[in-house]
Design a protein around this ligand. Structure first.
Ligand SMILES: O=C(O)CCC(=O)N[C@@H](CCC(=O)O)C(=O)O
Ligand SMILES: [Zn+2]
Length: 349
């Protein structure tokens, strides 16, 4: 068992510490576990954990895992905190470098998606835009980018980033991942197998680079990055964590450097792949969104349905039915109101 009092002071664990000191600029603190693993608390809610130099890293990788970029998406935060506690308890040994992030501590305390501005639109340099100057969430996004850049530069191994979320709406597909757009990139089979191991059976291919955390890490750091939606938003303590054992077990397996489970390649057929056809943006005062507020993610609309309109345009579903993901009319002008998607069409179809 580690002496984690220097890391977490008077708090019971990492999450408790993060919620007690959400906006504090605490100095960096380092401890060594009895097995030689180094744990650095780089900032509130940010741990960089490195196994001893003589330990093998069988999967030759390093991992960034983030949760709580939206403060009210609590289940993945609880999952990550549980894994940290297991490691500090000495339940298992770490094989690869980790950067673990609880993204937006003040919003976590408030139980809100964000306080001033949606932090998952502030990456990839967007934190530097004039309209975001002085906002705490922009400063946090800039700080997190810096930690990720240092980690990518200083630690060896192939980099993956999993940014864990839960969705506002119910979903016809409970768990799904989004693969940020990087020109020419194909999802590696090993990543597909990992998603399936985590019980994530649906993958959505983005159609252009954005300002999300996963888009930043894939484009700027060359990581294999995914935003992973694991269920529905609920307050701390109200999550049924038995619905999150897939991701917890799969991450623990990677942290320990164990080989992927023995599923053979044909199992990859179980992954259903969608592509984004159209990103709906709030175009301003005349914007009308015709999708009801309570519609579930992946609800399908037949060809010809008018989805949104404004004084200049109306958008109709094309020749093939399209499904809605992340419908949310409560976003500022210029931001995403939803994504329209359809099953990926293979080349030639
Ligand atoms: O349920 C919702 O409407 C939002 C859930 C969520 O936070 N999703 C992410 C997806 C990011 C991506 O496109 O990779 C977000 O909206 O930031
Ligand atoms: Zn989210």
């Amino acid at each position: 068992m580690a002496d984690d009092t220097r890391l977490f002071h008077d708090s019971t664990d990492w999450l408790d510490h993060t919620l007690r000191y959400p906006s504090s600029d605490l100095p960096e603190t380092t401890i060594a576990l009895t097995d030689g693993t180094t744990v650095i608390r780089r900032a509130v809610g940010v741990l960089e954990i490195t196994p001893p130099a003589d330990r093998t890293n069988p999967n030759a990788e390093k991992l960034i895992v983030s949760a709580g970029v939206h403060g009210n998406e609590t289940a993945p935060i609880e999952v990550l905190n549980g894994l940290v506690q297991e490691l500090l308890n000495g339940d298992w040994q770490l094989a690869c470098p980790l950067l673990l992030i609880l993204g937006n501590p003040p919003a976590m305390v408030a139980g809100e998606r964000f306080l001033e501005v949606n932090m998952n639109r502030l990456f990839h340099g967007a934190h530097g835009k004039p309209e975001h100057q002085g906002l705490a969430e922009a400063e946090r996004a800039r700080q997190l980018e810096g930690f990720c850049q240092d980690f990518a530069r200083n630690r060896g191994g192939a980099l993956s980033h999993y940014d864990l979320h839960t969705a506002i709406r119910p979903s016809q597909r409970e768990k799904f991942a989004l693969y940020p757009y990087v020109e020419g990139r194909e999802v590696p089979n090993g990543q597909c197998a990992f998603l399936l191991e985590a019980e994530v059976e649906t993958l959505l291919l983005q159609h252009r680079a954005g300002t999300t955390f996963s888009s930043f890490s894939s484009t700027q750091l060359g990581a294999e990055s995914f935003t992973v939606e694991l269920g529905k938003v609920r307050p701390f303590g109200q999550n049924d964590l038995s619905r999150f054992t897939g991701i917890k077990d799969a991450l623990r397996r990677r942290f320990r450097g164990q080989p992927a489970s023995g599923r053979s390649d044909p199992s990859l057929d179980r992954l259903t792949v969608f592509e984004v056809v159209h990103e709906i943006l709030n175009t301003g005062p005349s914007f009308q969104f015709h999708v009801p507020d309570d519609v579930a993610n992946f609800t399908e609309y037949p060809s010809g349905t008018v989805i949104w309109e404004d004084e200049k345009t109306h958008y109709r579903v094309g020749a093939v039915a399209e499904a809605i993901v992340f419908p949310n009319r409560q976003v500022p002008v210029g931001q995403r109101v939803g994504l329209l998607i359809r099953p990926r069409q293979s080349a030639g179809t």
